[in-house]
Design a protein. Structure first.
Length: 295
């Protein structure tokens, strides 16, 4: 299990690759786009630079971490001879099902297949493979190198052996694994997303402004970041996707996305990654915000 593959070089994928590589695992980082891989590696390098500047790691540690990562644009080549694959692609069911079908074909019979999905059923993902006992959820939190929690989601057929291996692996990454059952949104997002959605509803109904809502939650509830700022950093499209999964899964109107959120996503206002969400993100402001998260 010293060789792992991570699928997706975006925010979560590069963070997961960074975390494994920093713990001296050999990581194959896979994306269909070389440009995405280059951006992902640049992000990892910048985040490591911040850690060096804070004297949390040495320059040698940084170079060793980067040397532990190899990039691939070919999925079959990237997952050859690994003991674990962590899928961190876009939160889209059809895409994830296709990836797991391909992984089932390309990977060795004993390779564990994990998904970083934040809401989609592990049981459903496992159903398209011939190894449902080896399919599991590993839901990391953003920013991955900093946040300690990993939700470990057992599908209906996930074996206890698979769970134990992934739990112990998470601990070797200096994370705190928490076992949760396979229901829409799991624990983190089942609680978080309705709060974010309610904050958006509060704005939509004109109760208060963006900064005012976030200030109330930070100063009144001791949250380190307001819910609207947090939504921006998660990605408003991701928030919408998770809410839709929960709404479809539970058929409960309390999970229905606020119309304002729907409209913002349709307009391309996705938060920090698009440059605008509830807040405006120039390159400098975005860089400052990310740097703060790594302090």
């Amino acid at each position: 299990m010293k060789n792992v593959a991570v699928i997706g070089a975006g925010t979560m994928g590069n963070g997961i690759a960074h975390t494994f590589a920093q713990s001296n695992y050999k990581v194959n980082l896979i994306d269909i786009s070389q440009a995405s891989l280059d951006r992902g590696m640049a992000t990892i390098s910048k985040n490591l630079d911040r850690m060096v500047a804070k004297e949390k790691i040495s320059e040698a540690d940084k170079q060793n971490t980067l040397n532990n990562i190899t990039t691939y644009t070919n999925l079959e080549e990237g997952v050859a001879s690994v003991g674990l694959v962590v899928e961190a692609a876009t939160e889209n069911l059809d895409l994830k099902l296709k990836i797991f079908k391909d992984l089932d074909t390309f990977c060795a019979a004993d390779t564990i297949l994990a998904s970083n999905t934040s809401s989609i059923s592990i049981t459903k993902i496992a159903s398209v493979t011939s190894r449902p006992e080896l399919v599991i959820g590993m839901h990391f939190m953003n920013p991955v190198p900093i946040m300690k929690l990993v939700e470990i989601i057992k599908g209906y057929s996930t074996s206890q052996e698979t769970y134990t291996i992934v739990k112990e692996l998470s601990e070797k990454l200096h994370k705190v694994p928490v076992e949760v059952n396979d229901y829409p949104g799991f624990v983190a997002n089942r609680i978080l997303m309705p709060m974010i959605n309610e904050a958006i509803e509060t704005l939509y109904n004109g109760v208060a402004g963006v900064k005012e809502i976030d200030t109330v939650m930070m100063l009144g509830m001791a949250h380190p970041m307001g819910p609207l700022a947090l939504a921006d950093f998660i990605g408003l499209d991701v928030c919408l996707s998770i809410l839709n999964v929960m709404y479809d899964g539970f058929k409960n109107p309390k999970y229905a996305p606020c119309p304002l959120l729907v409209n913002m996503v349709m307009a391309g206002k996705l938060g920090a990654k698009s440059g605008e969400g509830f807040y405006d993100y120039s390159e400098n402001r975005k860089a400052e915000a990310v740097a703060k998260m790594f302090q």
